[in-house]
Structures are given as C-alpha cells and as structure tokens.
Design a protein around this ligand. Structure first.
Ligand SMILES: C=CC1=C(C)c2cc3[nH]c(cc4nc(cc5[nH]c(cc1n2)c(C)c5CCC(=O)O)C(CCC(=O)O)=C4C)c(C)c3C=C
Ligand SMILES: [Fe+2]
Ligand SMILES: [Fe+2]
Length: 340
C-alpha cells in the first residue's frame, strides 16, 4: 500500500476547478454526557502536547493514573447539566454556524464555496472534514478555527491536526490557514452590538467583565500572544462602545491544575466585587465563539453563585455570538481575503 493517499478516479480536467472548501473548526465535545464518552474525549484532549506541556512521561503517569480516573465522572455531571436534545451545545451551535455561513457566502456571490465543520477533539474529526472536502473535489481549502484570539493550545493545535492529515495526502491542496481575527472590525462590531443590546434591555451595570478562557502563565512567558490579543479585543470593543475604561475588566477563567494561569482569575475577581461595592455586573466571554461547557456551566452557573454568595445582586451573562447574523457576517469578512 502507498504511503500517501489520493483519489484515483481523476477525471483529468474535471478536478482543476476553482472551488474553495472551508473547514470551520472548534474545540469539540464528548459524544455523550457519560463518564465513558467524557473519558475518551479527555484522553485525546489532554494528551495533546500543546495543551499540557509538562514532561511527557510524568504527564502520562498523572493523566492515566489520576486524572482520567477522577475527572471524567465529574465532567460528565457538568456536561449533563448543559446537554440538549441536539447533544453538545458547542457541536450543535457550530453546525448552525456552518450552515448559515454556507448560505451567506452563496448569497454574497461566493457560489463556488462549501463549508464543512470539524472538531479538534472528538467528532466530526478534522480528518473526516478534510476527507469530505477532498471527496467533493476541493483542491483549495481554507481552515477557519473559531478562536478569535490565537493561542498555541487552540489554533496552534488545530494547525497540527490539519498538517497531520494533509501530510498523508498525495495531492496537498492549496491551503489557507486563518490564525485568528481578534481585531477584525466586523467581529468587534458583533461583540459591541451584543453588549449594547444587553445594555439597552437591562440597563448599564457597574462593571462589564470580559472573561477569557485562561492558560498557564508559562505559555505567555514562552511567547504565546493570546493574553495580549485578548486585551486588545477588550480595548477595541470598549473604544467602539465609548465605554469608560474603569467600567470594564478583562479576566481569565477555567483554570486547570495547580500551576499559575493568566490573571486576574474570573472567579476571584467576581468574589471581590461586592466588597468593593460592585453588585451589578454583566459578563461576556469573547474567546468563545459558541456557548459551551465553559460558558453555560461555569459562567452562567458556578460564577454566578460565587458572585451572589459574596453579596452580588445583579449578574447577567451575555451569550456567545453563536449564530447571530452579525457574527456570521464577521466570519465572511474574515474569510473574504482567502476566497480567491
Ligand atoms: C488543560 C489545559 C487547558 C488549556 C490550556 C485550555 C485552553 C483553551 N481552551 C479553550 C476553549 C475551550 N475549552 C473547553 C473545555 C476544556 N478546556 C480544558 C483545558 C484547557 N483548555 C478542559 C479539561 C476542558 C474540558 C471540560 C472539563 O473537563 O473541564 C471548551 C468547552 C468544550 C465543550 O464541550 O463545551 C472550550 C470551547 C480556549 C479558547 C483556550 C485558550 C487558551
Ligand atoms: Fe479549554
Ligand atoms: Fe499581554
């Protein structure tokens, strides 16, 4: 058998058309909200060298000896609390985004495009997504990871997965990899719109918290730009809305393990607000392009409780951009320079 795979029924001229396949990716979820499915998912996720950088042998002992014995049960319970009739919110919303993006591209005149969604961990896999595009004859592929702020554990890891698959292909496609869009003006507009809609409906809170997914501080120290890109997104949204700088804060959530992560931590900030007299807040998570465990359970549930137990009175979560029209328009804007 050959080392490299290919489609062998090439109709010669037929495969050289200028069609662009778009692979829309996100992080991924377990296949079900069960301990077993979560264990499979976490094994793949936490074995990724971009996610956990501690020496391999030590990490494998910790992962298989401790974490995969304890965490799946706990995480499955959390997943159960957010699971819907369509399954994982993250997967379902990514499917909706993918369908709407495909339609909007066609409406805007990009007839020769097709969108396929894939997940970095779990299903549908990046390999399946790329294979589907190859089967359909796309020899030009744009990969758009739905992480506005580049980071090595997310965007970098998606690149690894794409490269691993394409490294086995005989005919490597013309590849465009979008490594972020944290300051794209249409993305900033969509965030600003979602905030101003909330302010109009619910009034202006004392503080707007921009809570980004965290990462070990060591990644920043070693050159990961994510922290700076997050702060830049916040600044641009604040400027767009003409907000007072003092009325917003950028924080980092979802700590994992004992090492120091990016600060300030969301939960600690929320706990400290009421004693400073800040009892009315709105919270938004711009790094999540779709609602998921980390927003629906952690921000909506756990963090609300922390704030209220500390004496907070009004707490509202502003949803991820999900399949809002202005979000899908922003994705088209991000894609445009790569559509040929
Ligand atoms: C272990 C280290 C982790 C790093 C570094 C990390 C970075 C990171 N993650 C996202 C986006 C998401 N993460 C999600 C879940 C999740 N993240 C980690 C760990 C790290 N993430 C774990 C172990 C989990 C699984 C849930 C759990 O068991 O607690 C999700 C949600 C997935 C879902 O199914 O809903 C997203 C999305 C970003 C943007 C990021 C960047 C620094
Ligand atoms: Fe994460
Ligand atoms: Fe920074």
């Amino acid at each position: 058998m050959s080392r490299f795979s290919g489609i062998t029924d090439n109709p010669h001229e037929g495969r050289f058309h200028q069609k662009t396949g778009i692979l829309l990716t996100n992080l991924g979820s377990p296949d079900a909200a069960t301990t077993k499915a979560v264990r499979v998912y976490l094994r793949e996720f936490l074995s990724d060298r971009r996610i956990v950088e501690i020496p391999r042998l030590i990490w494998m002992i910790i992962l298989h000896g401790i974490i995969l014995r304890i965490r799946p049960k706990r995480s499955a319970k959390l997943y159960k609390s957010i699971w819907t009739e369509h399954g994982s919110p993250l997967t379902h919303i990514t499917q909706q985004q993918s369908a709407k993006l495909g339609t909007l591209l066609k409406q805007q005149g990009y007839e020769n495009t097709e969108v396929v969604m894939a997940m970095r961990y779990g299903n549908p896999s990046i390999e399946a997504g790329l294979e589907a595009l190859r089967e359909k004859g796309f020899t030009r592929i744009v990969v758009l990871p739905l992480y506005p702020q580049y980071s090595s554990p997310t965007t970098g890891s998606t690149f690894d997965a794409v490269a691993k698959v394409l490294g086995k292909w005989r005919w490597v496609p013309e590849l465009h990899f979008i490594n972020g869009y944290h300051k794209n003006s249409a993305y900033i507009d969509a965030l600003a719109n979602s905030i101003s809609e909330d302010l109009q409906a619910n009034g202006t809170p004392q503080k707007i918290v921009f809570s980004y997914h965290g990462m070990p501080k060591l990644f920043l120290d070693n050159g990961d730009p994510y922290h700076c890109l997050c702060l830049q997104t916040t600044r641009l949204v604040v400027e767009k809305l003409g907000l007072d700088k003092e009325s917003v804060i950028s924080t980092f959530q979802s700590r994992f393990g004992k090492a120091e992560w990016l600060k300030p931590y969301t939960d600690e900030a929320l706990k400290s607000f009421p004693e400073q007299g800040i009892k009315d807040i709105a919270i938004i998570s711009p790094a999540f392009s779709a609602d998921c465990l980390e927003t629906l359970e952690e921000i909506e549930g756990e963090n609300r409780e922390i704030f209220e137990q500390a004496g907070g009175e009004k707490y509202r979560y502003i949803s991820a951009l999900n399949d809002r029209d202005d979000h899908i328009e922003a994705l088209v804007d991000v894609l445009k320079p790569n559509l040929g």
